[in-house]
Design a protein around this ligand. Structure first.
Ligand code: ADP
Ligand code: MG
Length: 140
């Protein structure tokens, strides 16, 4: 079944100039880009987007990082794209990420880890609508 997932190319990756490299991984894996925009989240927007993590010890530093510069929000479409994108991203901490994953290749540490990806159909729906309205998504 075709699904949609939200990816964010995080501020560390945009600052390092590897946006294109990351997008290339998506396309080489057959994920279809159906929406894309550059965004600079405010601290409050980052806190709202990541509200499930409120109260965790990394929350303050992480949301400061996510609002530290522009990032790129992307909607990907494909069969089982939620799971397949998580696989392609690799584990949260690049030290634990498998060879060939985006985070293993490009991440600096467990916070500055290059990409976000939705983890379920429910979070994907919420996360896509956080950045895009229906007229900005060009799926099937
Ligand atoms: P994932 O992005 O792999 O789904 P989580 O949803 O658990 O990981 O966490 C969201 C983001 O918060 C991570 O991608 C990472 O940037 C940051 N983060 C998570 N755990 C830590 C940690 N222990 N220290 C610093 N940052 C963290
Ligand atoms: Mg997560």
């Amino acid at each position: 079944m075709k699904e949609r997932t939200l990816s964010i190319i995080k501020p560390d990756a945009v600052a390092k100039g590897i946006t294109g490299e990351v997008i290339k991984h998506f396309e080489q894996n057959g994920f279809k880009i159906i929406a894309m925009k550059m965004v600079h989240m405010s601290k409050k927007e980052a806190e709202e987007f990541y509200a499930v993590h409120r109260g965790r010890d990394f929350f303050e530093g992480f949301t400061a990082f996510m609002s530290s510069g522009p990032s790129v929000a992307i909607v990907l479409e494909g069969r089982e794209v939620i799971r397949r994108n998580r696989e392609l991203m690799g584990a949260t901490n690049p030290k634990d990420a498998a060879e060939g994953t985006i985070r293993r290749e490009f991440a600096t540490d467990g916070r500055r880890n290059v990409v976000h990806g939705s983890d379920s159909q429910e979070t994907a729906a919420f996360e896509i609508s956080y950045f895009f309205n229906a007229f900005e998504v060009f799926g099937e």
